[in-house]
Design a protein around this ligand. Structure first.
Ligand SMILES: C[S@@+](CC[C@H](N)C(=O)[O-])C[C@H]1O[C@@H](n2cnc3c(N)ncnc32)[C@H](O)[C@@H]1O
Length: 362
């Protein structure tokens, strides 16, 4: 039976949450489609990290209202290929999971080997292996989980196209791909789809056949995956620009605040400047009057100085005349004393007395 692609539409859904690292994101449209076609009862993911693939399975369960439980296993300690990462990666994923998928999904923080005990044999319908990518590790994970797979099980292997840094999924894939119906996507580092169960539902088999037959189908799914990645990059860029914008806005607000403050200070300075101008006008007027007064006083001083000079000259003349008079007086007094001491004066004294009495009597 040919695969009826247009009967399905979940592959068109927009993922609710995309976070770094995005190496799996290109496979989300296929994950949505597979969930719609397979309708698994139990999904187990080995290697969750920030949750792009696990969230895709969970979103499909939620939007398609499937009777599915999803189990994401990871130590969230990282490995030699994924590197180490911060605890926040797990905490943020857990918050998202609790907000959207708590009803049917669980994050199991443990090793893949430890998690096995939690699952009954033949119970897992969809197993996604995306832990450490060495040949030995992937082979170990595949072999140790085989017993858990149900008759309708599909196993997904990520990074089947990576041949560097000790990745060995491609090697295991080469060994097992021919043993079961399978398809190996080229994009987003490769994703191997292996129909391991004997009773994989007919539509899933038809899907894998169509993927192998119609080149346009994987190309379309890859293109849709690219669109998700591009959308994510654009959203990141927008968020980055918004952060930068809000930073610039805060800066502009701060500048505006400073400008307002400066305007207030400028008003104050202008007011003070006006006051200073008026005071300067008053002082200039006072100075002008003072200058006039000073000039008048300087004139008066000159007049007084010359009057003083003149008076000094007169005083000197008077002192000289005085000295002359004093000299003449002294001379006269000498002459008078000589006269009073002379014999003639003494002999004529009676005469002056008689004359005096006569004059007194007359
Ligand atoms: C490539 S990442 C998973 C990527 C994820 N599927 C996605 O969509 O981005 C591999 C993860 O597997 C985990 N891991 C590797 N080996 C493990 C093991 N044996 N037990 C538990 N977790 C393991 C690492 O901690 C790492 O987070």
């Amino acid at each position: 039976m040919p695969f009826e692609f247009l009967k399905h539409r979940q592959y068109l859904a927009r993922p609710r949450r995309i976070v770094e690292p995005v190496s799996w994101v290109g496979h989300i449209p296929f994950a949505f489609l597979l969930m719609e076609v397979l309708r698994p009862r139990v999904v187990v993911e080995l290697g969750v990290h920030s949750g792009n693939s696990f969230n895709a399975f969970c979103q499909a369960v939620d939007e398609l209202a499937l009777e599915t439980t999803c189990h994401g296993v990871d130590t969230w300690a990282g490995d030699e290929h994924a590197g180490t990462y911060e605890e926040a990666v797990y905490q943020e994923l857990r918050a998202h999971q609790e907000a959207h998928y708590a009803r049917f999904a669980q994050l199991m923080r443990m090793t893949f080997d430890e998690a096995q005990a939690c699952f009954a044999e033949g119970s897992v319908d969809l197993l996604h292996i995306d832990g450490l990518h060495t040949y030995e590790a992937v082979r170990h994970d595949f072999e140790h989980w085989r017993d858990k797979l149900s008759p309708q099980a599909v196993v997904l292997f990520h990074d089947t196209r990576v041949r560097e840094r000790g990745f060995g999924v491609w090697r295991l894939w080469e060994e097992i791909a021919e043993r079961h119906p399978s398809y190996n996507f080229r994009h987003s580092h490769g994703l191997g789809v292996l129909l391991v169960g004997e009773g994989v539902p007919e539509p899933v088999q038809a899907l894998v056949e169509a993927l192998n037959r119609e080149e346009s189908l994987p190309a379309l799914l890859a293109r849709l995956g690219d669109c998700i990645l591009e959308d994510h990059r654009h959203r990141e860029r927008i968020a980055e620009l918004e952060r930068a914008l809000s930073g610039q806005r805060a800066l502009a607000e701060a500048r505006l605040g400073e400008a307002r403050e400066l305007a207030v200070r400028l008003d104050e300075v202008n007011r003070k400047y006006g006051e200073c101008c008026r005071q300067h006008g008053r002082l200039a007027e006072t100075l002008r009057k003072e200058t006039e007064r000073r000039q008048y006083l300087a004139g008066r001083l000159d007049e007084l100085r010359s009057a003083l000079e003149h008076a000094r000259g007169e005083a000197a003349g008077l002192r000289e005349a005085n000295r002359e008079l004093e000299k003449r007086l002294a001379m006269r007094e000498g002459q008078l004393e000589e006269i009073f001491a002379s014999r003639v004066w003494r002999l004529t004294a009676p005469l002056r007395r008689g004359k005096g009495s006569n004059e007194t009597g007359a």
